[in-house]
Design a protein around this ligand. Structure first.
Ligand SMILES: *Cc1c(COP(=O)(O)O)cnc(C)c1O
Length: 340
């Protein structure tokens, strides 16, 4: 039996229904604005997220990097984000190389910082010794924070402080729809107040390729230049955009199943000896917990359950549409064999 794959929600394979939608996609040359399926997807995501325009990009990483470059100037501008944020840890240093930014990290709680923390970190205006605070980023949900949902009130606090200090604002919505399903808050309520936001289709939504960056028409026109420059412009991208549209129609509400599977996993793990985990902290599909020897546990489990070690102690398990409740129970038995 292949190991149960709790490595990441990026591990999903396109379902038969998604493949049928992909096979039937109408296509054209995307770079010339002639791919009807991509155009439909961009419009749909812009509407969903409460913005004027959208841009289909190959990855969430490219959405973040283009947004950073558009909101700030190279050479002394500073971006403020949580210390766990994806651009800080998982984009190969892109903020330095591609946007030329100083990065200032905030010490949030499970990836969520407060308006007060932001206020304390913003540089005073008109100080030529210091970098210039220019942009703040929020990650919904926080991945390395353990799938934490930024509550709408926390989002609003941060936007209020940002507005007062003239900061630009960006939401990394890699798992935005997990936050929407977990909280019952509309996507546009989370994202509408930001200068830019994006949604990833290759995480819990289960599509093979793609993310959509949204913003004003003007911002998206500028983003197009960077998409072209970085080699992110497509040809017949309707082939993959069709998978994203299918995901919006079929794979959003079902995220609740992933969340309840994660909760079952968390409650089971929390009862095992040597596991440090508060199951109440698990709000979506990510279960982050600590053990004495994370790499050792991951290696010993590898033939039965795939999970990731993030450092010496922390292990991450992620539920998704290719993992059933039964497999979660079997994974728990394997954890119990190793830790019990
Ligand atoms: C996965 C992820 C990204 C990057 O998305 P890709 O599509 O893998 O490039 C950015 N931010 C967060 C929070 C993520 O989890």
């Amino acid at each position: 039996m292949p190991p149960i794959n709790l490595y990441s929600d990026t591990q999903t394979r396109p379902s038969a229904g998604m493949r049928a939608a992909i096979a039937a996609a109408e296509v054209g040359d995307e770079q010339r604005g002639l791919d009807p399926t991509t155009l439909a997807l961009q419009e749909r995501v812009a509407d969903l997220l409460g913005h004027e325009a959208g841009l289909f990009l190959p990855s969430g990483t490219m959405c973040n990097e283009i947004a950073l470059r558009l909101h700030a100037r190279p050479g002394g501008d500073e971006v403020l984000l949580d210390r766990t944020a994806h651009p800080v840890n998982s984009e190969a240093g892109g903020p330095a190389q591609l946007a030329g930014l100083m990065v200032r990290v905030l010490d949030g709680s499970r990836g969520v910082f407060t308006g007060l923390q932001l206020e304390a970190a913003v540089r005073p205006a008109a100080n030529r010794y210091m970098p210039r605070s220019r942009l703040v980023c929020v990650e919904q949900t926080s991945n390395l924070g353990g799938g934490t949902v930024w509550p709408l009130s926390a989002v609003r606090d941060v936007l209020e402080v940002a507005a007062r200090h003239g900061l630009r604002t960006h939401m990394d919505g890699a798992r935005l729809m997990n936050a929407v399903v977990a909280s019952g808050v509309a996507a546009s309520d989370f994202t509408g107040g930001f200068d830019s936001a994006w949604l990833d289709f290759t995480k819990g939504l289960g599509a093979p390729v793609g993310a959509v960056l949204v913003g004003s028409r003007e911002l998206i026109a500028e983003a197009w230049r960077w998409k072209q420059m970085l080699g992110g412009a497509f040809r017949q991208s309707g082939i993959v955009a069709a998978g994203c549209l299918y995901a919006l129609d079929h794979n959003v509400e079902r995220l609740a199943i992933d969340h309840s599977n994660a909760s079952v996993l968390a409650h089971g793990l929390a009862g095992l000896p040597g596991v440090d985990l508060d199951p109440a902290s698990v709000q979506t599909n990510i279960v982050m917990f600590a053990v004495d020897d994370a790499p050792g546990l991951v290696a010993r489990l590898a033939d039965r359950v795939e999970v990731q070690a993030f450092d010496r102690h922390r292990v991450r398990a992620v539920t998704h549409l290719d993992v059933s409740r039964d497999e979660v129970e079997r994974a728990l038995s394997a954890f119990a064999e190793e830790l019990g």
